[in-house]
Structures are given as structure tokens and as C-alpha cells.
Design a protein around this ligand. Structure first.
Ligand SMILES: *Cc1c(COP(=O)(O)O)cnc(C)c1O
Length: 224
């Protein structure tokens, strides 16, 4: 049996320091089910994976009350595997993908919560809508006809840099966009548009300072 005690300690330490209203998602990608179990035993219930197959495998092996978040690039042909149970899809990066998720939501008789991924970082390898693309997608109200998805907010990744000011500006820009979207498109009472998923192991304190409600931490919990 491996010594996984450090995982539970980190879960407790991070959660204890989080402000009210901020949810920790433990990103367990590349880590075995026993590491997830160690975090679970420390009280952690929200976990993130970036590959559909890994998400399904762990969901089958681990306790049923875990809330599984999908945070990676989602291919249309993989939606069917996660649609029955996924708690939140963070990585919607096109209207087409949203339509496909909606179709699988209908098949499973559920409304699947989704976030729109915003491309904000300087690197061009990262997926997501630019702020302009995102606004124009919402301006064209076709998405309002989709009955089996619910757009709950935005997700982003900051640039991979040591420049903390740049990271702060990027998160601030996403928060402004989030608030603008909420006011213009989701101001109706029946819309819950309340999630900003931003911040990873190295930058989550800055993300929280800029309004993030969901932080996604992997290496800071699971790597020795
Ligand atoms: C891997 C990953 C994380 C976690 O990153 P760490 O730096 O290990 O905390 C968060 N979000 C996404 C989208 C990821 O792919």
C-alpha cells in the first residue's frame, strides 16, 4: 500500500483556507483511483478529469457520490460516455459542441450543466472562444432553444508564465466578461449563471481574488 497520507492533508489544508463560496475541484488526471480515494476520505467530493475514458473508468470504480467534472478538450464522439453522469462540463468551445451535448442530454433525460471555455491566455495552443466569439454566439439566440444543457458560467486558463500581473489581468478580463454575459444574456431568474472556473495549482489565489468560484488543482494535491 502506497503512502497517500499527504493527499488528505493537502485537501484539508486547501479547503480550510478557501473563502466561502469557492469550490475546490481536485484534478485527478494521470493519478490512480487510490489517490482519488485518499482525497475522498479527507472529505473531497468534486474531482476533475481531462479524458472521457479516464472519467468513466474512475466513476465506475469509485464512490457514487463523487461529482465528476470534465475539464479537458471534449471530442463529440466521446460525449456519449460521460453524458449519463457528468456533473459539469467546463470545456465547451464551440456552438456545435454545445448542440451535441444537448442531444446527449436529451437521450439521457437530463439537462447537462456546461461552462463556456474562454481563450484568454497568450499561447495559441489553448482551446476556447475568444471573448468576441463568445458574445456573438450568445447574441445569436439559437442556444436558447437547447433544452438539455444549462450554461452555468465560464472557464479559463491563464498564460503559463511567472508574470503574476499578466495572470491577474487575464483573470480580471474573464471576470468582466462573465459579469457582462450575466447581465446581458442570463439576467432572467430561471438562469443560474454563477460559475467562474479559474485557477490552478500555481495561480489559484489570484483567480480567487478576481472572482473565481471554482478552482481546479491537480499537481498541488496529487504530486509528491
Ligand atoms: C491539468 C489541469 C488542471 C490542473 O493543473 P495543475 O497545474 O496540475 O493544478 C486544471 N485545469 C485544467 C483544464 C487542466 O487540464
Amino acid at each position: 500500500m502506497k503512502d497517500n497520507g499527504y493527499i488528505g492533508e493537502r485537501i484539508k489544508r486547501i479547503n480550510a483556507a478557501l473563502p466561502d463560496g469557492v469550490t475546490l475541484i481536485a484534478v485527478s488526471k494521470y493519478h490512480p483511483a487510490e489517490s482519488v480515494q485518499a482525497a475522498y476520505e479527507a472529505g473531497q467530493r468534486d474531482f476533475g478529469e481531462s479524458k472521457a475514458q479516464d472519467l468513466v473508468k474512475k466513476q465506475q470504480e469509485l464512490p457514487a457520490d463523487i461529482r465528476w467534472h470534465f475539464i479537458g478538450h471534449l471530442q463529440s464522439n466521446k460525449i456519449k460516455y460521460i453524458a449519463p453522469f457528468v456533473h459539469l462540463i467546463h470545456s465547451i468551445d464551440s456552438y456545435r459542441l454545445l448542440q451535441e451535448v444537448d442531444r446527449h442530454g436529451a437521450k439521457n433525460g437530463r439537462r447537462i450543466p456546461c461552462l463556456l471555455q474562454i481563450h484568454i491566455a497568450k499561447e495559441d495552443t489553448k482551446f476556447g472562444f475568444t471573448p468576441d466569439e463568445c458574445i456573438s454566439m450568445l447574441q445569436d439566440s439559437a442556444w436558447r432553444t437547447l433544452q438539455n444543457i444549462e450554461i452555468r458560467g465560464v472557464m479559463c486558463m491563464a498564460s503559463n508564465t511567472d508574470d503574476l500581473e499578466l495572470i491577474r489581468e487575464e483573470f480580471a478580463a474573464v471576470q468582466r466578461l462573465f459579469l457582462e454575459m450575466k447581465e446581458r444574456f442570463f439576467n432572467d431568474e430561471k438562469n443560474r449563471f454563477d460559475i467562474m472556473s479559474a485557477g490552478m495549482s500555481d495561480d489559484y489565489p489570484i483567480a480567487i481574488e478576481q472572482g473565481s468560484t471554482h478552482i481546479r488543482i491537480g499537481s498541488g494535491i496529487f504530486c509528491k
